[in-house]
Design a protein around this ligand. Structure first.
Ligand code: GLY
Length: 367
């Protein structure tokens, strides 16, 4: 076992959270190294990129966290676009949630933040919407980012431009500590070589795999299967968010269709006929005509979920090891506030009362 002596801050996980935090810290002048096992598996490449605290019907502190993050997205994206010189596809396109009856509509957790639509108004927004849907809530403030094609690449480029160092194909197999003070990680590279990488600070952002590295974290995978279909440009002007199914239209007519939510699947890889049928049935329940469009891609991934479906943010039980994981369905939305909170916390920058409160509410030991 070799000992590598350099001591940058380590980011454990090269997905969206890892990149977002590395970018934030590098902007603050920190020396950062990202350790990533397999970037293709990152949930940031799987998600549809919705910015949807209202359409998702979030509640309580998670809604406040989501709303705060939504407000911070334009500035966050601007910094990534400036540093990378690449676009991210941020669009406040609005999200429409259809309902079968008035009771469901008026009892939706975020009802008061939306604009209520009748069937006629719904049809003006979404021609071809199936007869099932009689009412709707339009959340104009919600939107999307083109995470798969643009954001992930732009963030990576921005990190490279800011001098962030990457190690890809590296598995963290053990967290090292000395009297409860973080002092590095044991890593295995693609050739099976094991090294102790020394450092005094790290952020664990391994998504669904976090528990494999830090056994006491209450995180489990929730598998999601997705597909995309290609329509003509402007076929849908807004995201449609139905029960168990959503359609996210990109500018070029590509529509991302998501997503199954499979809690029993564990880390079982691959598409299943049942999951894919569920998506097709979902499309039919919203806009049947869309099932005529050509399919482009199908994929799957694992959301990192916690018992209350909120993230784990802030210092862990090990001094010097921060957590930014467990974002479940809301990773793209929460990336902006996560990067800011963790960045400020690590650099001991001023935190507003609201920001300190988020770090308290989303502590790892709140359960
Ligand atoms: N953000 C929606 C999902 O995880 O399916």
């Amino acid at each position: 076992m070799g000992i590598l002596s350099e001591k940058p801050l380590l980011i454990l996980g090269g997905g969206l959270m890892g990149l977002a935090i590395a970018h934030e810290l590098a902007q603050k002048g920190k020396r950062v190294e990202i350790l990533s096992r397999s970037r293709n598996e990152a949930a940031g490449f799987v998600a549809a990129g919705m910015l949807a605290p209202h359409a998702e019907g979030l509640k309580g502190e998670l809604l406040s966290l989501g709303q705060t993050s939504l407000q911070r997205h334009p500035r966050w994206i601007e910094s990534i676009e400036t540093n990378s010189k690449m676009p991210c596809g941020l669009k406040t396109c609005g999200i429409l949630v259809p309902f079968e009856n008035l009771k469901d509509c008026e009892s939706y957790p975020t009802y008061k933040f939306g604009e209520k639509l009748t069937r006629i108004e719904l049809l003006q927004e979404v021609p071809g919407l199936s007869d099932n849907w009689k009412f709707g809530l339009l959340f104009r403030q919600d939107g999307q980012i083109d995470n798969r094609r643009l954001l992930m690449r732009a963030l990576e480029k921005a990190c490279v431009e800011l001098g962030v160092h990457f190690q890809e194909g590296v598995e963290v197999i053990e967290i090292m500590k000395d009297s409860n003070k973080f002092n590095g990680v044991k890593i295995k590279d693609i050739n099976g070589n094991i090294n102790h990488l020394k450092s005094e600070e790290a952020v664990l952002c391994c998504g669904a795999w976090s528990k494999q590295i830090f056994k006491t974290l209450p995180i489990f995978p929730v598998k999601g299967q997705m597909l995309s279909i290609q329509g003509p440009k402007q076929i849908l002007k807004r995201i449609i968010f139905g029960p168990g199914i959503y359609l996210v239209p990109r500018d070029d007519g590509l529509i991302i269709v998501g997503a199954t939510s499979e809690r029993e699947a564990g880390f079982q890889k691959g598409l299943t006929p049942k999951g894919q049928r569920e998506l097709q049935k979902g499309i039919k329940s919203l806009i049947p005509e869309l099932n005529q469009l050509p399919h482009m891609e199908r994929w799957w991934g694992f959301r990192p979920c916690t018992p209350d479906e909120g993230p784990l943010l802030g210092m862990s039980s090990i001094n010097g090891l921060w957590l930014a994981t467990g974002h479940h369905r809301n990773g793209v939305l929460l990336a902006a506030i996560t990067a800011e909170l963790i960045g400020k916390s690590i650099c001991s920058s001023y935190l507003s009362k609201e920001e300190s409160n988020f770090l308290t509410q989303f502590r790892w030991d709140r359960f």
